[in-house]
Design a protein around this ligand. Structure first.
Ligand code: GLU
Length: 325
């Protein structure tokens, strides 16, 4: 599962974006990248570790207050720099790839109707520079863009079939990042409180990516679309209604995402299992029917037997459920 971090701020946000990617490394990835607004779109991409990307951004002096970053787990197109996110749109025409980018976008998930969308965009003159399903989204947003990036996002997601968490920004609206989620996680972070000079807004795949940056987190719901600006944000549900989601104080502990003394994340996960199970069961008062859902006792009263079908990890979960039942 890949990782996304995005930010709109007054300060150089690149160190926070890269640090966010480092905290999402535990999810696994094959390439990574970051893009910011700095009098136009600037990006760095790598098929190496996030630490290499960090060196690349400092060597190339990539700095900016608005940006997005990504760790990729390739599903469409080989793990290669030209397939790594962020992807840029460049308008239409055979020479378009040589033009500066207009919309920058990162995506987590799979777009199932990418073939038909690509064909329609190619017919309009869009030139593709990667083999990813993701690149159709950025060109689709470009084709719908008429001065309002959020409207372009809404128009684009209405045409997507599949799973996605998306973050995007545009060189024509440099203090704005938009995002959407369906089938992939995305959270919103609010930093800097009411002080407008320091107010900033973030997107990320999980709260851990923002540990030490902000503990004010909004968990976006399935189908939500977000419009982030400096210290302000708006959330809309899939049907376009403005919605409020609670801001939660989340004390994400950055150490949990760091490798520590382990050789790799699989080893870390193996050794953390006893503590993870302990933490999970901490809030459980006992093995009561409610563990299986609200009002489960009513269903259980009339149930003679339960058949659990599972394999792999869910088989082990099923064994635990059998024991609990
Ligand atoms: N399907 C996209 C790609 O292959 C995104 C993969 C991901 O979630 O990292 O580039």
């Amino acid at each position: 599962m890949c990782g996304i971090v995005g930010a709109v701020s007054n300060r150089n946000i690149v160190p926070i974006l890269v640090q966010g990617l480092q905290r999402l490394e535990y999810r696994g990835y094959d390439s990574c990248g970051v893009a910011v607004y700095a009098d136009g779109l600037k990006r760095a991409r790598s098929t190496s570790r996030v630490s290499e990307l960090q060196q690349q951004v400092s060597a190339e002096h990539i700095e900016g207050g608005t940006g997005i970053a990504h760790t990729r787990w390739a599903t469409h197109g080989a793990p290669a720099v030209h397939n790594a996110h962020p992807h840029f749109s460049h308008g239409t025409g055979a020479d378009s790839a040589a033009r500066p980018g207009r919309v920058a976008l990162v995506h987590n998930g799979i777009i199932e109707n990418h073939d038909e969308l690509r064909a329609a965009l190619q017919a309009k003159g869009y030139v593709f520079s990667s083999q990813t399903d993701t690149e159709v989204i950025v060109h689709l947003m470009d084709s719908l863009y008429d001065g309002d990036l959020f409207e372009a996002l809404q128009g684009a997601v209405a045409q997507l079939h599949g799973a996605y968490a998306i973050a995007a920004f545009c060189k024509d609206e440099p203090h704005r990042v938009v995002g959407a989620r369906a089938g992939s996680p995305l959270i919103l972070g609010v930093g800097g409180g009411l002080d407008q000079d320091h107010a900033e807004t973030f997107l990320a795949s999980d709260a851990m990516a923002l540990a030490g940056v902000t503990d004010q987190i909004v968990y976006l719901e399935e189908g939500d679309q977000v419009d982030l600006q400096l210290g302000k944000y708006w959330i809309f549900s899939r049907d376009g209604q403005r919605v409020e989601r609670p801001v939660k104080t989340v004390h994400a502990h950055s150490g949990a995402a760091e490798l520590g003394p382990y050789r790799h994340y699989m080893q870390k996960e193996i050794f953390e299992q006893p503590r993870a199970i302990g933490d999970t069961l901490e809030g459980v008062a006992g093995i009561v029917p409610e563990l299986f859902g609200d009002g489960a006792w009513r269903t259980f009263k009339d149930t003679d037997s339960v058949l659990i079908l599972a394999c792999g990890t869910s088989y082990y979960s099923g064994c635990t459920a059998k024991y609990w039942l």
